[in-house]
Design a protein around this ligand. Structure first.
Ligand code: UD1
Length: 355
């Protein structure tokens, strides 16, 4: 069986890591195509090296652009690559423009497409990720859902027959990495005390593109009564410059994004996380660190239901970031840490053509 994985943005590299390892363990031929959506070393290369992901076999080098430009350029560049690879499965990950472009390029070539992390919904049709998810799920032949909630969304959209719940591959990685890193190192490097700081990230269009909203969120971070380490995505820096918003004032320290092992080590020692990232909400939950999500909805509803995540507006950040620690739980809504192995098994079972 030959699988072609198409990835392009930071969260997809994290998801790719356990899938690549599971392919290796199962002796499956695995070809990695990188669209180039994320090209900065801190958003791309460091993930491949730290998570021991093989170098991409194909680099499309598309880069940044408007949604249409970027997605269209990927679509055109992927077509000859997928045609020449002629895989049993094209595997697409998550909800970025790279995901949609790859799904679309593959179905147009009648190549079987599997969508990993299928069925997530925010029900907010203004989010680019929501279009990408819905369109990818409806184009794909096999929907690999992380949770029962995701599977129920797919069933409501008439896609139950194509759905298999496999668990969440990011949960595989976070536990593997957490077991291998020491928090002490990163705390010393950054000069912070365990439990005495929060980790913040902010990159979503709905939070960064409007000057007033971005300024209000930054005010919210500044009002937190303990140090906040803001790991700044390049998009955040670019938008803050454009809007004249100063990111680092009061207790807010602006840092570059961290590689995955450092991020996991830092979060595991933090008092809390303040974010609009999907992945980080779950990582915080898995590490049992309270999360404050600066959004009106979340796809990872289990984190909220279990009390470890709250959704807030900019004015509520400071209070939420100092709330009492929630009650401990041993709930495992995101699976048992072996999702990637199941992904490869399901793909092998269903690879009709080459077996
Ligand atoms: C993308 C995904 C988002 C995901 C996020 C993870 C879409 C629609 N969005 O958002 O779902 O959560 O990745 O980080 O696919 N830039 C750089 N260097 C890079 C990449 C980007 O400087 O290596 C800057 C550029 O100014 C670029 C901007 O960031 O225009 C946005 O990048 P883009 O890939 O379009 O979207 P993200 O905001 O990263």
């Amino acid at each position: 069986m030959r699988i072609v994985s198409v990835v392009g943005a930071r969260p997809q590299f994290v998801k790719l890591a356990p899938v690549a390892a599971a392919c290796r363990a199962a002796g499956v031929e695995h070809v990695i195509v990188h669209t180039g959506q994320h090209y900065d070393a801190l958003l791309s290369d460091v993930f491949f090296s730290a998570l021991h992901i093989p170098e991409p076999d194909v680099q499309l080098g598309i880069g940044s652009g408007s949604h249409g430009e970027q997605t269209g350029a990927m679509l055109a560049a992927l077509e000859p690559v997928l045609r020449s690879q002629d895989p049993d499965w094209v595997l697409v990950y998550g909800d970025t423009n790279s995901t949609l472009a790859a799904a679309l390029a593959a179905v147009k070539l009648h190549l079987p497409v599997a969508h990993l992390e299928a069925g997530l919904r925010s029900f907010n049709r203004r989010m680019p990720e929501e279009h990408n998810r819905v369109l990818t799920d409806h184009a794909a032949d096999l929907l690999l859902a992380p949770t029962q909630v995701a599977a129920s969304h797919l069933a409501r959209e008439g896609l139950a027959e194509r759905t298999v719940v496999v668990g969440d591959v990011m949960t595989d990685v976070v536990h593997q990495v957490a077991g291998a890193v020491s928090g002490a190192d990163v705390l010393e490097r950054l000069g912070v005390q365990a439990g005495g700081f929060s980790v913040a990230t902010l990159h979503r269009a709905e939070n960064t593109d409007d000057a007033g909203r971005l300024a209000a969120i930054v005010d919210g971070l500044t009002a937190v009564d303990h140090p906040v380490l803001l790991l700044a995505h390049p998009r955040l820096r670019a938008k803050a410059d454009e809007h004249g918003v100063v990111l680092g004032s009061g207790g807010v320290r602006v840092l570059d994004p961290l590689g995955y092992p450092d991020l996991v080590a830092l979060v595991s020692q933090a008092r809390g996380v303040i974010t609009d990232s999907g992945g980080l909400q779950k990582e915080a939950f898995e590490l049992r660190v309270p999360c404050t999500t600066v959004r009106t909805e979340t796809e990872w509803v289990e984190t909220v239901e279990l009390g470890w995540n709250v959704l807030v507006g900019p004015g509520e950040i400071a209070a939420a970031a100092t709330r009492a620690r929630p009650e401990d739980t041993d709930a495992a809504p995101y699976g048992d840490g072996h999702a990637a192995q199941r992904v490869v098994e399901v793909l092998a079972e269903r690879a009709g053509r080459r077996g």
